[in-house]
Write a protein of this length. Structure first.
Length: 201
């Protein structure tokens, strides 16, 4: 199975500039499709980071510089494979990654290979499980890096000390405040009676 990695999403320098992916259509790459994008200050995958005002869909996901992620051989029938991650600009971070194993142009929940996996500064190899249903051939991956992990394959993420502060003190939706919506989510999950099915200790 060949693998072309969509942009190792990290962050970009500049105002109104973000680091987008470069996966081809129909993958969500452009801002109109809520393509994954990262803000200004963040851990970085590899030596380079690119900044764009929108995604760069390209055949084979080669529209951007991807020097922080390298997938090893993926052999159908093997239970496991590995990916090299080069974390720069931070001592520790979290990686989320998906591979379109069935080549249907989406990253489904069951195609997530890394979920908030901790990485440390420098180069390291992370192993992941291969599904028996994987199809041989070329496919596309999405890799995202953040300080909190458990991101989705789409959407905006701005990674800095401000976000960390607000997340720690109750910002559940990433809008940089702790408001009624956050309290509502808290009440719906944590403040239930232990006999309530919605109770989440």
């Amino acid at each position: 199975m060949y693998l072309n990695v969509s942009d190792s999403l990290d962050c970009a320098a500049g105002i109104n500039t973000f680091d987008f992916g470069d996966a081809p259509s129909p993958f969500p790459t452009l801002i109109a499709g809520n393509g994954a994008r990262h803000g200004v200050i963040a851990p970085r995958l590899g030596e380079t980071r690119t900044g764009e005002s929108d995604g760069k869909p390209s055949a084979g996901a080669v529209g951007d510089t991807d020097d922080g992620v390298l997938f090893g051989s993926i052999n159908i029938g093997n239970p496991m494979a590995g990916v090299n991650i080069d974390l720069q600009n931070a001592d520790v971070a979290k990686v989320d990654a998906w591979i379109d194993f069935n080549a249907d142009g989406t990253w489904a929940t069951n195609e997530r290979i890394l979920n908030g996996r901790t990485v440390f500064a420098g180069l390291q190899t992370l192993n992941y499980d291969l599904p028996l249903s994987a199809i041989a051939g070329e496919t596309i991956a999405r890799v995202r890096l953040s300080s909190i992990g458990s991101l989705q394959p789409t959407g905006f993420y701005y990674d800095d000390a401000t976000d960390t502060f607000f997340r720690r003190f109750g910002d559940s939706d990433g809008d940089r405040d702790v408001d009624g919506q956050d309290y509502g989510r808290f009440g719906l999950t944590f403040l239930q009676s232990s006999t309530d099915p919605a109770f989440d200790p």
